[in-house]
Design a protein around this ligand. Structure first.
Ligand code: GLN
Length: 232
């Protein structure tokens, strides 16, 4: 992607990068959206609205060029299979392990977990990307409330609650000490974690791309900028 006349400093040699240091600082980060399934167009728009350069990621070369990535919702098993088919599963795992910032929404939050459970608590045998010290329960809200909407206070997101759309959503059943809980949703079984962060990784059980509320995407883009400013 990129506008005409844009300077690709990532591909430059050391001298070019030094000369263009000032330009580098001014270039918005490239934020990819994994484009295998889900609301890819909506996420790209929200990434752009947050001031980043949006990048469709379907191939390894595209993944290699991004400073951060959004993992959309859909069906986590399908996304995992497609990622394997497209040769993206290992490259994604490697980049996440090397510190690539990622924002997983719904199925994307499942992919970032270290373990996934089915709704009934059985362990789900499916390819994950990992990175977060979380165990997620898929389709956790049950059949009757497979899809619902509610308003949620999200820590670090100013300006009032976010309107959250949950679609056959997971919740975070267990989280290690490095995981910061940013939002919980009330359920008949008590409050359940639905937004969490672990360092450069952000996970949301709901679909922020469906409401036009760009505050979580903006928080993610700021995180990507910080990581890049700190030298990756
Ligand atoms: N139920 C899906 C899964 O378990 C997630 C749903 C979604 O992303 N909206 O993968």
């Amino acid at each position: 992607m990129g506008a005409v006349g844009e300077v690709d400093v990532h591909a430059g040699d050391a001298a070019t990068v030094a000369t263009l240091g000032r330009v580098t600082a001014q270039q918005p980060p490239r934020v990819g959206v994994l484009a295998l399934q889900g609301d890819v167009a909506e996420h790209l728009e929200m990434v752009a609205a947050a001031g980043a350069r949006p990048v469709v990621v379907k191939r390894r070369e595209e993944l290699a060029a991004v400073d951060g990535i959004v993992l959309p919702g859909g069906e986590s098993t399908t996304i995992g299979k497609l990622a394997a088919m497209y040769g993206l599963l290992e490259p994604l795992r490697e980049r996440l392990a090397a510190g690539l910032p990622a924002f997983g929404t719904c199925a994307g939050a499942i992919l970032l977990a270290r373990e996934a459970l089915h709704a009934d608590g059985r362990r789900a045998d499916q390819p994950l990307l990992g990175g977060m010290d979380t165990v997620v329960r898929r389709n956790a809200f049950g059949r009757q409330v497979a899809s619902f909407e509610t308003d949620l206070d999200v820590a670090g997101v100013d300006g009032g609650p976010m309107h959250a759309v949950f679609i056959r959503a997971p919740w975070i059943e267990r989280a290690g000490p490095a995981v910061e809980v940013l939002a919980v949703a009330p359920t008949p079984l008590g409050a359940k974690v639905v937004v969490a962060r672990q360092g450069r990784l952000l996970a949301s059980a709901f679909h922020p791309e469906l409401t036009g509320d760009g505050r979580l995407h903006a928080a993610f883009v700021r995180l990507v900028e910080q990581v890049r400013a700190a030298g990756g």
